[in-house]
Design a binder for this molecule. Structure first.
Ligand SMILES: [Zn+2]
Length: 222
């Protein structure tokens, strides 16, 4: 990604490669930040330990509304009240207890007003994985807050995750940033680009002799 970004003449002022005021920038070096958030959420009973196996979940989970999304958790472990007996998160999955039926709304800077229903559009999602790493949803909230990010720009596939993350911001007592979600780049048939579209990856275009200007023009024309 560094190579591709540099080839496109996109530069940055902070990051794992160049440092900056909020270093370290690698998630693997930021465990203490995530752990502090986990403790806070555990103390408030905003999260609970889940010992369901993949098999348990496959048997009872309802199908997601859209293909990309994770199934809604059926709530098997929701009534557990033993969160405080865990001094460390490792060994179980930790799920965020979403406020069932609550509408989560936000103004996306590109797509406008967004509305999701907790417990309907998404269920109790994982914030810490049993093999002892924070899940994406928790890590981005903690990092964006610690690094004083004022506007998050990312793909439209993460619109619904914004609703999940707003719940984490609220539970941690943090101010959420603004969000701008971009349209996804799609192929001729409308499918979003994935690994099977390797021929269209920036690296492959670069190797086959495209210039950065050609790649930029092609994307702008989509
Ligand atoms: Zn469970």
């Amino acid at each position: 990604m560094y190579e591709d970004l540099r080839w496109l003449a996109i530069s940055w002022s902070e990051g794992p490669d160049c440092g900056g005021p909020f270093a370290p920038y690698s998630q693997s070096q930021r465990r203490e930040f995530y752990l502090a958030a986990w403790k806070k959420l555990r103390d408030k009973s905003a999260i609970y330990p889940c010992t369901c196996s993949r098999k348990d979940l496959a048997a009872s989970a309802s199908a997601p509304n859209d293909l990309d999304d994770e199934p809604i958790y059926p709530g098997n472990c929701r009534a557990r009240r033993d969160a405080l007996s865990f001094e460390k998160p490792a060994g179980v999955n930790w799920r965020f207890r979403v406020p069932d039926g609550e509408e989560i709304t936000f103004e996306d800077q590109h797509f406008g007003q967004q509305r999701y229903v907790a417990g309907g559009d998404f269920g109790d999602f994982v914030v810490w994985r049993r093999y002892d790493v924070p899940a994406y949803q928790l890590a981005v909230v903690v990092d964006d807050n610690a690094m004083r990010i004022s506007e998050v720009v990312r793909g439209a596939d993460l619109l619904k995750s914004t609703a999940r993350q707003l719940l984490i911001y609220r539970a941690l007592g943090l101010q959420a940033p603004q969000f701008y979600h971009c349209d996804l780049i799609r192929d001729e048939s409308g499918a979003r680009l994935a690994k099977r579209h390797d021929a269209l990856s920036i690296r492959k275009l670069r190797e086959s002799g495209w210039t950065a200007d050609q790649a930029r023009e092609r994307v702008m024309a989509l």
